[in-house]
Design a protein around this ligand. Structure first.
Ligand code: ADE
Length: 229
């Protein structure tokens, strides 16, 4: 799977994703991530990409042309490779709130383009032309779309085959079956007087399974009752 990020801060995106599990997945060619600098597509002699908003108001608005040209360059490359027209996700607090089920849906795509805005947003005309999905990572406002894109790429990439070491581990974590994950313990058996639940040391796999399921349900009821509805 290939992730293409249209951004004014390509190094922020690459530095943030090129480590740990996602970094390993890039190295092992399970996924590709490219950050495309929108500024490279500015035709202005000072490489300007933003301007004052029509109608007045605070802040600057990203101009349509550099965003459009950056998008076109990526789209062309995808189509030349024989891919189909990619989904273009615009990172915006005005979008549909990102969710595990959306991650699962996006993980089926071959290519996804993430569009990251800054300042007071992007000229609406280019958004109308290229964006297929408006996506938010939560009801709060960030300074740009890079962190949301990185959050989404992390959660989508870990669902791609071969990205996690143990193919099964993606299935059994929080939000699988709409339940939160059960508590985990490792050595030592006793830490500051607190013991590991005895059932986990029993060697009885059936009992362990049953305990974990009960703990998942208990935890979800306590912490996220909305998921049980
Ligand atoms: N850009 C700024 N805030 C955002 C958010 N919460 N989600 C997605 N993109 C954003």
């Amino acid at each position: 799977m290939r992730f293409h990020v249209l951004t004014l801060f390509p190094e922020m995106v690459m530095d943030g994703l090129d480590t740990s599990i996602i970094g390993r997945a890039i190295k092992n060619e399970k996924i590709e991530i490219e950050a495309v600098n929108i500024r490279d597509y500015s035709k202005d002699k000072h490489k300007k990409v933003d301007d004052y908003p029509y109608g007045g108001g605070a802040g600057m608005v990203m101009q349509a042309e550099p965003v459009y040209l950056a998008y076109k360059a990526v789209e062309e490359k995808i189509l030349e490779r024989g891919g189909s027209k990619p989904r273009v996700l615009y990172m915006t607090p005005q979008g549909k709130v990102f969710h595990q089920r959306m991650a699962e849906e996006f993980a089926k795509e071959e290519d996804i383009i993430f569009l990251c805005g800054h300042y007071e947003g992007i000229d609406e005309r280019v958004l109308e032309m290229i964006v297929t999905d408006n996506v938010s990572i939560g009801d709060y406002v960030l300074t740009g779309g890079e962190l949301p894109a990185m959050v989404m790429i992390d959660s989508i990439a870990r669902l791609v085959d071969g990205v996690l070491n143990n193919d099964d581990s993606a299935k059994y974590e929080s939000f699988a079956n709409n339940l939160l994950e059960y508590p985990q313990y490792t050595r030592p058996e006793e830490f500051m007087g607190m013991k590991v639940p005895a059932v986990l040391l029993s060697g009885d796999h059936k009992k362990v399974e049953q305990w974990r399921e009960e703990e998942s349900i208990k935890r979800t009821k306590e912490r996220r009752p909305d998921l049980m509805e």
